[in-house]
Design a binder for this molecule. Structure first.
Ligand code: AMP
Ligand code: GLY
Length: 439
């Protein structure tokens, strides 16, 4: 598989590769930072990017869902590789469009992106090939949902089938909470057509783990495992966010557990997708619950995680551009993907009020100090016309410490966090705090 034959159309005479990264978060800044270290990199563009990517790439004012314009600039700029961050663009078929024009693209087609864009499709696939996952009923009406709830025990998890920007999942502790969640999904239509189909799912207890893998349609190269923190406040309290921090590698993700994840979950899924004619190409993300009965799938994402990527790419020893090309060309078998030992800890600095309404345009100071000790990946940042850095979103920065030991990585991250100032700055103080430091 792969699309190697078309690459030569776009190749530069000097052999360097022009790359376009699509997206504007900390994830995309981390990808740009890693790509910028490659000796094979030609021109780097980012659409639309942020003030951090602007230091490394040419930012292009095009949104991730504007596929016509993205294809046009990729042709104009003789791009030899596009890396797509956000799931909505993948689910809408951006990679299909790019490939039609012969432009190599890292990421799944719309059909393969269903692994994230339809939880019902994925549940059926997992059940069919007996990959461990939470039991679930798939329902399409309020009546069916209530019938399913009458048979279940609490807590129970209600999930909208489609993409819902993190707002489609409710863990209901009792029947009243479940009824309220069903009302939001089916009656108030809070997530719109994403809830035309709903999963009534068994609640799994355990520790959550994110395992990402480079995947070329057939083969896998696992990335170091990571843990992310979705709740806004310390102790996992408060509303769900896009992610308030992450670290890699968690001590409980033993080599034996990772072998199990590979052989019982990732390999069968990748083989089944290929067998169904939708091989998965890109970064495959398994959201797992590590239960007393072993790892079980909570969800799949069809892309790099945010903020997991910010703590994973600093551990990559191989050239990201080379690895991404091997993925796109179906050549992961010929490429060894090497990782550095050690750990990385990332703390997200958010605007006051996030994930609710938050102010924008607040001056940010102290990045020079922070960057002495840590990596600072931008998300919601912008430059004023006179060049000052200001906030421009809910999640503003991810500050990442790297070290031989997780305790060292964590101390570096939090030292650097102290150096950064903006009005209303909010972060969790307990990222990686509950890890035992025997690592
Ligand atoms: P998802 O969008 O499917 O990742 O769900 C968001 C979050 O809800 C997950 O990160 C888990 O914390 C929680 N969750 C989802 N499914 C389950 C489940 N079956 N059991 C327990 N928690 C779950
Ligand atoms: N960190 C969770 C996600 O990227 O969806």
């Amino acid at each position: 598989m792969g699309i190697g034959g078309s690459t030569s159309l776009e190749a530069r005479a000097d052999g360097l590769v022009n790359v376009l990264v699509v997206g504007s978060g900390g994830r995309e800044h981390a990808l740009c930072w890693s790509l910028a270290q490659s000796g094979q990199l030609g021109e780097l563009s980012c659409a639309p990017g942020n003030a951090g990517t602007a230091e490394l790439a040419t930012n292009l004012p095009i949104g991730p869902e504007d596929s016509d314009d993205l294809v046009r600039v990729a042709v104009e700029r003789r791009v030899g590789l596009v890396m797509v961050g956000p799931e909505a663009a993948l689910a809408a078929g951006l990679v299909d469009r790019l490939r039609e024009r012969g432009i190599p693209a890292f990421g799944p087609t719309a059909a393969a992106a269903r692994i994230e864009s339809s939880k019902a499709w994925t549940k059926e696939l997992l059940q069919r090939i007996r990959v461990p996952t939470a039991r679930a009923d798939v329902v399409t009406t309020l009546h069916e949902a209530r019938r399913s709830l009458a048979r279940c025990s609490y807590p129970v998890v209600l999930k909208a089938d489609g993409l819902a920007a993190g707002k489609g999942v409710t863990v209901a502790g009792d029947a009243d909470e479940a009824e309220a969640a069903l009302d939001e999904l089916f009656v108030a239509r809070m997530v719109g057509p994403a809830a035309d189909t709903v999963l009534v799912e068994e609640f799994l207890a355990g520790r959550e783990l994110s395992v990402l893998a480079f995947c070329d349609g057939e083969r896998l190269a696992l990335m170091p495992p990571a843990r992310d923190y979705k709740a806004a406040h310390d102790g996992d309290r408060g509303p769900n966010t896009g992610g308030m921090g992450a670290y890699s590698r968690p001590g409980f993700a033993s080599p034996e557990l990772m072998r199990q994840v590979r052989s019982q979950i990732l390999e069968p899924v990748v083989a089944e997708m290929a067998a169904r004619g939708h091989p998965f190409v890109g970064a495959l993300y398994a959201g797992l619950m590590i239960t007393p009965d072993g790892p079980k799938v909570l969800e799949f994402n069809c892309r790099f995680g945010d903020p997991e990527t910010q703590v994973i790419v600093p551990l990559l020893e191989s050239d990201l551009l080379g690895v991404a090309q091997a993925v796109v060309n179906g050549r992961l078998d010929e490429t060894s993907v090497r990782w550095r030992p050690g750990s990385a800890c990332g703390v997200v600095l958010a605007s006051a009020g996030y994930p609710g309404p938050h102010p924008l345009g607040r001056p940010i100071i102290g990045l020079d100090g922070a960057e002495r000790d840590a990596l600072v990946f931008h998300a919601g940042t912008a430059r004023t016309p006179d060049g000052n850095l200001v906030t421009a979103g809910g999640r503003v920065l991810t500050v990442v410490g790297v070290g031989d030991q997780l305790s060292e990585a964590r101390a570096r991250a939090y030292r650097a966090v102290e150096a950064v100032r903006f009005e209303g700055r909010h972060c969790r103080s307990d990222i990686a705090a509950d890890e035992s430091y025997g690592d």
